[in-house]
Design a protein around this ligand. Structure first.
Ligand code: C2E
Ligand code: MG
Ligand code: MG
Length: 742
């Protein structure tokens, strides 16, 4: 607190002003004369209240006060002067006629600075006054310099304390009290109570520093934290010194303490920003790389394995694209949370040992696995992570299902430095993704070659459509009851000039990733529709065409208008177009999928769910969607009808679907037993190599006797049937045996 006291006027060269208070006017007159001779200005008053007024109004440098006055006596007047702001520190000399100890004591208690007895010797008194003024000036100087110091300490957030080791006494400055969170009147009686306020984790270190200071007398600096409340910490930097005074036998430690909490917080924040991802609060790429280095060094020393697992969410962009970035962010936070539950000690940045989960950016996460026994352990973790990611969740009330691709590299087999390990895990990840996602891959040396090759293939694919390397084949669909062909599924083929045939399972995921799927998909749709129109114009009757759709096409807001345009351009009747969707699309976001399907249904096209049974959808859920057909995945026909579980599932699916009026297609019929069994179960439509392989359009049309020679009328057209298989080498029978081009 800055001093409020006026500077003593004597200090600036003026004559000091002395206020004389006595009820005897003669006395006053005499005193005034004597003091004026001694070099003072003098003011006189004759009672207590006037004295108080004069102190407030004139700021005398000293007051001479008679004890015995009528009304307010000298003691009371003295007390009142002390209570006033202006008189708190003014020297007061009391004149007492009673030379007894009791009134001297009373004078001091009232706040007097000194006393003299009456009758006074004014010449001597003038010297005494001189002396009193001088010491008042020093006291005032001291007070204001203390106030300035305290102010400076407050501004600098500097605290100060002293500990007398011999007496144990502790002194703290007011700023130090503030730093310690101590109230002004709260006692601080020992160094122990100071130490108790330090953070438990730092306390021993601070105590140790004090011991050492006493030992070696070297001043030192420490940084430590205070723990003021459960959730309030302060960071301090403290400099301590030991002062030993041999002659007085004192040993004192003084500490100057700087509150660096604000600075520390800024540093912590900067460190956090540099090392963590703000969205998920996971360590970032940099921290991951640093931690990987630390772990590799430790693993090398202890002959241990370390695995790097990179995880990338499959087609995550569609969440950003369709629901907005905010939703994408919330989905990432949810994924981070789930991954965290699967990783031990996921936050062990800066320490060797312990696993670490980090977000490398975008939808890419990384897991560092230490203390591994074998590869199987990594695979287990990968499966756990996959399971954690794939549980459906809600983002802005949309149900979302995500899957992840993972690539794994292991130290020391796949690399001995972090850069190589990361690059190799990346190659493995790329491979997992290219295989359609939702899986994990370990790095192997040929993956790099693979990656290079895939990159080349991707480039080739982008021009494949223009170079007319893409073709469609059609695999007939047979009506189980009649054995007649009722439609065909369009299946894309890529004839690569050097590599020959590339399987759609290989290049479709690639096209989905690069975005080539949009152009390719539209071309497939248009070409298939054109074929169907040719068939329709024939005399053979109406054949539907089935077209496979990629989830990415369906996610396009204007996909329905593309279909509408293609139908209009080609002139195909909508009910002859059958669009095949996959479960993954339906599950990703139920509401959006339902909306997209409704739009397509409005066009009058038919919708099929392909590969049913490979995903997670329940039939009851699917029943709520406007689907016309489900296609049982061919994996369920494995061993059917001999294999009891597959048989049970197939039977149940057929029964349930028919129960709700959905058509059931069985794909992948390869044996007569399967065919027989499916017909018996009431499956509507059959597709499979047994009946026909996928055929080039001309071949199919040739077999169907289309289109050039329209000799036959639809009335007498003998439908190509699979029952003909056994009978002759013509019709569908010839399809089944001649279609060996897969
Ligand atoms: P999908 O839609 O389930 O097509 C059926 C797949 O099963 C075809 O494989 C077909 O050749 C094969 N298949 C049919 N009958 C049998 C059988 O009896 N035994 C066996 N082992 N396989 C049989 P393909 O042509 O290799 O196509 C694979 C997948 O690629 C398709 O599965 C489909 O998901 C996708 N695909 C094909 N063409 C296109 C396309 O134009 N666009 C999109 N988005 N995907 C396509
Ligand atoms: Mg299909
Ligand atoms: Mg299928």
């Amino acid at each position: 607190m800055p001093s409020t006291e006026p500077p003593p006027s004597a200090a600036d060269g003026h004559r000091p002003l002395v206020l004389v208070v006595d009820d005897d006017p003669l006395m006053n007159l005499y005193a005034a004369e004597r003091l004026a001779d001694g070099g003072f200005d003098v003011e006189t008053v004759e009672d207590g209240p006037s004295a108080l007024d004069a102190v407030q109004g004139r700021h005398p440098d000293l007051v001479i006060l008679d004890v015995q006055m009528p009304g307010m006596d000298g003691f009371e007047t003295c007390r009142r002067i002390r209570q006033a702001d202006q008189g708190r520190h003014t020297p007061i000399l009391m004149l007492t006629g009673l030379d007894d100890l009791a009134s001297i004591k009373k004078a001091y208690e009232a706040g007097a600075t000194d006393f003299a007895t009456k009758p006074a010797n004014w010449t001597i008194l003038a010297h005494r006054i001189e002396y009193m003024l001088r010491s008042a000036r020093s006291a005032s100087d001291l007070r204001s310099s203390r106030a300035r110091l305290a102010n400076a300490q407050r501004i600098a957030q500097l605290g100060y304390w002293e500990w007398d080791i011999v007496s144990g006494e502790v002194l703290v400055s007011s700023q130090m009290r503030q730093i310690l969170g101590l109230a002004d009147d709260e006692p601080l009686d020992s160094i122990g109570s100071l130490l108790r306020r330090t953070h438990p984790q730092d306390r021993e270190r601070v105590r140790q520093e004090l011991y050492e200071l006493v030992e070696d007398e070297q001043s030192r600096e420490v940084q430590f934290r205070l723990r003021l409340a459960e959730d309030e910490e302060r960071y301090l930097r403290q400099r301590t010194e030991l002062a030993v005074d041999g002659s007085h036998g004192t040993k004192r430690i003084t500490g100057v303490v700087l509150d660096i909490t604000g600075q520390q917080r800024a540093e912590d924040r900067a460190h956090f920003l540099a090392s963590y991802d703000l969205l998920t609060e996971l360590p970032n790429r940099r921290s991951f790389a640093d931690q990987l280095d630390i772990s590799l060094a430790a693993a090398d020393r202890h002959d241990r394995q370390v695995a790097v697992l990179l995880l990338d969410l499959d087609r995550f962009n569609r969440i950003n694209d369709t629901l907005g970035r905010g939703a994408g962010d919330r989905a990432l936070v949810e994924v981070a949370h789930r991954l965290r539950t699967q990783v031990r000690r996921s936050d062990s940045v800066g320490r060797p040992g312990g696993d670490l989960l980090a977000r490398l950016g975008g939808d890419e996460f990384a897991v560092l696995l230490t203390e591994l026994k074998d590869d199987r352990e990594v695979a287990t973790v990968a499966r756990r992570l996959a399971a954690a990611v794939s549980r459906p969740f809600l983002v802005d009330s949309h149900q979302v299902v995500l899957t992840a691709s993972m690539g794994i590299s292991v130290f020391p087999a796949d690399g001995t430095d972090s850069e190589t390990l990361l690059a190799n895990a990346e190659a493995a990840l790329y491979n997992a993704r290219a295989r359609g996602g939702d899986s994990y891959r370990f790095y192997s040396a040929d993956l790099n070659a693979d990656a290079v090759e895939r990159l080349a293939l991707e480039t080739d694919l982008s021009g494949a459509l223009d170079r007319a390397e893409l073709r469609l084949e059609y695999q007939p669909l047979f009506e189980a009851a009649s054995g007649g062909i009722i439609g065909a599924e369009a299946l894309i083929r890529w004839h690569h000039p050097q590599r020959g045939r590339v399987a759609p399972g290989e290049f479709i995921p690639m096209a989905e990733q690069t975005g080539a799927i949009f152009a390719i998909g539209e071309w497939v749709l248009r070409t298939a529709c054109e074929s169907a129109v040719r068939w329709q114009r024939s005399d053979l009757g109406e054949l539907s065409v089935s077209v496979n759709l990629s989830a990415r096409q369906l996610e396009c807001a204007d996909f329905a208008s593309t279909v509408e345009a293609v139908l209009a351009d080609t002139g195909l009747e909508p009910h002859l177009l059958n669009l095949e969707l996959t479960e993954s699309f339906l599950l990703e976001d139920v509401d959006r999928a339902a909306l997209a399907l409704e739009k397509l249904k409005e066009l009058g096209v038919r919708l099929s769910l392909d590969d049913f049974g490979t995903g997670y959808s329940s039939l009851s859920y699917l029943m709520r969607l406007p689907l016309d057909t489900i296609k049982i995945d061919r994996s369920f026909l494995n061993g059917t009808p001999g294999e009891p579980l597959n048989r049970a599932i197939t039977t149940a699916i057929i029964g349930l679907a028919r129960g709700v009026g959905m058509e059931v297609v069985a794909e992948g019929v390869e044996t007569d037993e399967q065919l027989e069994y499916l017909r018996l179960q009431g499956c509507d439509t059959l597709q499979g190599f047994l009946l026909s392989r996928p055929l080039p359009a001309e071949e199919l049309e040739g077999v169907l006797n289309l289109p050039a020679t329209r000799q036959r009328k639809s009335s007498d057209a003998s439908p190509t049937t699979f029952s003909a298989t056994a009978k002759s080498g013509t019709g569908a029978g010839s399809l089944a045996s001649s279609g060996g081009n897969a």
